[in-house]
Design a protein around this ligand. Structure first.
Ligand SMILES: *[C@@H]1O[C@H](CO)[C@@H](O)[C@H](O)[C@H]1NC(C)=O
Ligand SMILES: *[C@@H]1O[C@H](CO)[C@@H](O)[C@H](O)[C@H]1NC(C)=O
Ligand SMILES: *[C@@H]1O[C@H](CO)[C@@H](O)[C@H](O)[C@H]1NC(C)=O
Ligand SMILES: *[C@@H]1O[C@H](CO)[C@@H](O)[C@H](O)[C@H]1NC(C)=O
Ligand SMILES: *[C@@H]1O[C@H](CO)[C@@H](O)[C@H](O)[C@H]1NC(C)=O
Ligand SMILES: *[C@@H]1O[C@H](CO)[C@@H](O)[C@H](O)[C@H]1NC(C)=O
Ligand SMILES: *[C@@H]1O[C@H](CO)[C@@H](O)[C@H](O)[C@H]1NC(C)=O
Ligand SMILES: *[C@@H]1O[C@H](CO)[C@@H](O)[C@H](O)[C@H]1NC(C)=O
Ligand SMILES: *[C@@H]1O[C@H](CO)[C@@H](O)[C@H](O)[C@H]1NC(C)=O
Length: 410
């Protein structure tokens, strides 16, 4: 295998500490829809090679009814056909979120990567790069390198120069299910040149399995980020300005002082333009100041960086992560053109079409500070720039599910 040729033995042994060895020969491959199912206690999930994406996540609600709480398509083959490409459940890479002016400087050299967002007459392909470019990682099929009953590992080899990024990057993405938990481990290694790396998991959630018979939106989902009193300031196309802003108590972006329903601040005039030009909602990168608040071990009980709850289903998701930023996107750009999976929604109810409306979902992204490669004064190069022989890029997260019927009602 090519990997063995490019990886030094040191890098390979580093990798082996992150990647679970071997496959379980009693486990079959993909099902007829091209999905790889894994199972834990009280939880099952399906993954696909396209973007190393999560495609289904099944847990029971407070009434014991099974809910599929992530957005996606019914079969793996459709992911590459759909032209809207919402990055459903994928791993954006090699650099998640936006890169200002599709360029960055490294050791005095300016690199230009392919633009793919905000086209103008002068720049018909766009003026910035979103999620790694027009053929970023989540437009490609990863390789399944390990598959057991409760775990799957995908790999990708991203060639030197692809989308304009310097050097080859080799990455492993491992998903494991436990007792009502979904664990994520991402490792990436720069094998030939110094390069930026920042990954994330771009999963669309609706904790009601898109089957809430009172509302199709996530306005009544409660959201809480106890360590996030600050956020990254952005311009009107969501490019960081370099400024770190305060989320004043009671303001639209305050989810730290107390849990609050996502819809709570939509009557506040400041919600308009909060997600860019002509946009009401959230597509915001909050800082995670867990180090100053403690607990200092990201896995510690109660040390979650974000909590999402729905009183309707009773499902609660606590996100634990070793990353120092967190993005929440309130599906401002959805407009009913994405179809639900057969496992979701209400069947035969004209008032609740089987599509995702605006604000019908919420994307949660564990990540580092966005576009820090263009903000040297943030001093994050150790978290974002990788080189051969150096430390690997590592992202770890644990999504813990529970039933909690007392979610806040405002
Ligand atoms: C896979 O795991 C599930 C849940 O723990 C269990 O019910 C099932 O029997 C396991 N299947 C195999 C083949 O081990
Ligand atoms: C795959 O899913 C898409 C979207 O739901 C559907 O249009 C298509 O017919 C399906 N294809 C197969 C082969 O099942
Ligand atoms: C990716 O995999 C899907 C099935 O999972 C397949 O339909 C598609 O053709 C593959 N795409 C490429 C570019 O290999
Ligand atoms: C943006 O990049 C272009 C080259 O692609 C360069 O000519 C221009 O100066 C850059 N603009 C800014 C504001 O950095
Ligand atoms: C799963 O966790 C619950 C509570 O967190 C515990 O009561 C139960 O015994 C655990 N089940 C297994 C199979 O470990
Ligand atoms: C709405 O869904 C809940 C939970 O599944 C159920 O108890 C209730 O009967 C439903 N109401 C209607 C009007 O369908
Ligand atoms: C649901 O959210 C809407 C919009 O924010 C709000 O008016 C309503 O009171 C909420 N309903 C419940 C039951 O919390
Ligand atoms: C809905 O959004 C999709 C994807 O952004 C776009 O292609 C489509 O034209 C939009 N439809 C309407 C009715 O606005
Ligand atoms: C259940 O939700 C409420 C309201 O957000 C919260 O105060 C409480 O700590 C949660 N319980 C657990 C066990 O997470």
């Amino acid at each position: 295998m090519r990997l063995n040729l490019v990886l030094s033995s040191v890098t390979a042994s580093l990798l082996s500490t992150f990647v679970s060895a071997g496959s379980d020969s009693t486990v079959a491959g993909a099902d007829k829809d091209g999905k790889y199912w894994i199972h834990g206690t009280g939880i099952s999930a399906a993954f696909i090679p396209y973007g190393a994406s999560i495609s289904n996540l099944l847990i029971n609600d407070q009434y014991g009814i099974q809910r599929d709480i992530v957005g996606g398509f019914d079969n793996a083959s459709y992911y590459g056909i759909d032209r809207q490409h919402p990055h459903f459940g994928s791993v954006p890479g090699r650099y998640a979120n936006r890169i200002k002016n599709s360029s960055f400087e490294l050791d005095g050299v300016t690199y230009h990567v392919l633009p793919n967002e905000n086209p103008t007459p002068a720049n018909p392909a766009g003026v910035d790069t979103l999620h790694g470019g027009p053929d970023g990682w989540d437009w490609r099929n990863f390789t399944v390198v390990s598959y057991t009953n409760n775990s799957i590992t995908f790999s990708i080899v991203d060639p030197d120069g692809k989308e304009g990024f310097p050097g080859e990057v080799v990455s492993y993405i491992t998903y494991t299910l436990g007792n009502m938990t979904w664990d994520i481990k991402m490792v990436a290694i720069a094998t030939t040149k110094k390069t930026p790396i920042m990954l994330s998991s771009h999963t669309y959630w609706n904790l009601d399995g898109f089957a809430n018979n009172e509302t199709q939106t996530i306005f009544n989902h409660t959201f809480y980020m106890p360590h996030s009193g600050q956020r990254v300031g952005v311009d009107n196309i969501l490019i960081p300005t370099g400024d770190i802003l305060a989320n004043k108590q009671g303001s639209v972006n305050d989810f730290w002082s107390a849990p609050k329903q996502i819809g709570h601040s939509f009557s506040d005039p400041e919600i308009k333009g909060n997600c860019g030009f002509n946009c009401a909602g959230y597509d915001t990168c909050w800082l995670v100041n867990r180090e100053q608040d403690g607990p200092y071990d990201w896995r510690s009980e109660g040390g979650f960086v974000a909590r999402l709850q729905s009183a309707w289903s009773g499902i609660q998701l606590d996100v634990y992560s070793d990353q120092e930023a967190f993005q929440m996107y309130s599906c401002n750009g959805m407009n009913g053109s994405m179809t639900l999976k057969s496992t979701q929604g209400l069947h035969g109810n004209a008032d609740f079409p089987r599509t995702i409306p605006q604000y019908g979902c919420v994307v949660l992204e564990v990540e580092d500070w966005i576009d820090a490669i263009n903000q040297p004064e943030w001093q994050r190069s150790k978290k974002q720039i990788y080189e051969p022989g150096g430390d690997p890029y590592v992202l770890q997260a644990s999504y813990k599910f529970s039933i909690n019927t007392t979610a806040t009602s405002s």
